[in-house]
Design a protein around this ligand. Structure first.
Ligand code: GLC
Length: 413
């Protein structure tokens, strides 16, 4: 059994490593998450009125693209339509529950795609398959599927080259025939190299679906290594996380993750070759609040120093103590050593115990190493090698700095 050869666009997706997820819709005006309509059993006719107050006046796609870029993201996956059924794009007459028919009066997906293109980011479209607005979803499923297919066709036809479609909701009717072959064929017709992703949900993280699907998903999880031996197709993997506990903004959700958690989760993803898709939830009219921006800014600071290892590193069977691990660069010339919880090297009166520095070994190193340096300051590290083992003398973090994960780059002979 062998590992299937990967298509180039799937390898390109893996190379991007880090993406920004955006959940924004009418629900953002209520600020209690994107499931508010369903969870609070709101009356759909009342809920629909949120379209009358949707101005999108604070939605600045270019500013969002700059924020994503500064964080080190290479792509953005935006909710073109979520379960509430409202479209941020011009549905071109499929219905009037879309952004052009609100006071916003704009096609927000057009603005999003233009901004991504301007800043060299890949635009990706999240699209719901579960729909609480369209009655056909419950009453005439075949009719609904045709509406869904045409909606997706509109997105594939009108915005130039897109990076992919990210579907979500098939888990809501697990026993129904979703006619995914027709849906996916529509995408392939216009966007042959688009990533097709279909979220398998919290209960089925990492599950493999239809053959046209290009990546497995790990919603709110920790990605596990994929065994690709004997698979009919090479699949990428992607884990998505909220910044706090909601996708759509929750004004009273104060449980934000720390930069340490974000950086370590990103590294955990790359350890198994998965991408990390990190969500933001803009406010009512599209503003991204400062706290979310600031968190992404700190992640970006880390990416400036260590991003090369995130983009170019791939799993190669190198492991260390605790969470530590190694990745090999795609050109085979470097080994990146990821070191968690490293102590600060300073005066005993200011450094706290519990973290470490010193000599630590990595197993599974088959290549001969000629030098090892910290990536952030180029400090040369001493090492010894033998029997697939590489032991590096990891100096502590220089006083004045502290990285949740610090990466050393080893040069392979
Ligand atoms: C879920 C939720 C949803 C969210 C998504 C992101 O399946 O239904 O609201 O968009 O996961 O992964």
């Amino acid at each position: 059994m062998s590992i299937p050869v990967a298509k180039q666009y799937i390898l390109d997706f893996e190379q991007m490593g880090l993406g920004m997820f955006i959940h924004w819709g009418l629900y953002s005006q209520l600020g209690r998450g994107e499931w508010v309509l369903f969870n609070e059993k709101l009356d759909i006719n009342e809920y629909k009125k949120l379209a009358d107050t949707f101005t999108a006046e604070d939605f600045d796609a270019e500013e969002i693209a700059r924020t994503a870029k500064a964080a080190g993201c290479k792509y953005i996956t935006l909710t073109t339509r979520h379960h509430e059924g409202f479209s941020l794009y011009d549905t071109c007459g499929l219905n009037e529950f879309d952004a052009p028919h609100t006071p916003a009066g704009r096609d927000l997906i057009r603005e999003f795609v233009d901004a991504c293109n301007k800043y060299g980011l890949m635009p990706m479209f999240y699209h719901t398959t579960l729909d609480w607005y369209n009655k056909d979803f419950d009453e005439n499923f075949d009719e609904y599927l045709e509406y869904l297919r045409k909606s997706v066709e509109t997105l594939c036809k009108n915005y130039g080259k897109i990076g992919g479609l990210w579907f979500d909701g098939n888990w809501s009717k697990p026993d129904s025939d979703w006619k995914v072959d027709e849906l996916y064929a529509t995408i392939r017709k216009y966007q042959p190299e688009a990533m097709i992703i279909n979220n398998t949900g919290l209960e089925h993280r990492g599950d493999v679906g239809n053959l046209e699907v290009d990546s497995v998903t790990f919603e709110q999880g920790k990605p596990t290594p994929m065994n690709r031996e004997g698979m009919p197709k090479y699949l990428a993997a992607e884990m998505c996380h909220t910044l706090n506990d909601h996708w759509g903004i929750g004004y009273d959700d104060l449980c934000y993750k720390s930069p340490t958690e974000l950086i370590q989760s990103l590294c955990d993803c790359r350890k198994v070759g998965a991408n990390y898709l990190l969500n933001i939830g803009p406010e009512a009219q599209g503003k991204v609040n400062n706290y979310q921006k600031e968190l992404l800014g700190l992640l970006g600071r880390w990416m400036e120093l260590f991003g090369e290892a995130i983009y170019n590193g791939r799993p190669c069977g190198v492991g260390g103590i605790g969470n530590n691990f190694g990745l090999k660069s795609t050109d085979g010339k470097s080994l990146y050593l990821f070191v968690y919880d490293l102590a600060i090297k300073g005066d005993d009166n200011v450094t706290v115990d519990g973290k470490y520095s010193g000599a630590y070994a990595f197993g599974g190193v088959k290549d001969e190493i000629i030098s090892v340096k910290w990536m952030d300051n180029d400090e040369e590290l001493s090492f010894v090698q033998g029997d697939d083992m590489l032991a590096v003398n990891f100096t502590g973090q220089p006083y004045g700095k502290s990285y949740p994960v610090r990466v050393a780059k080893a040069v392979i002979k």
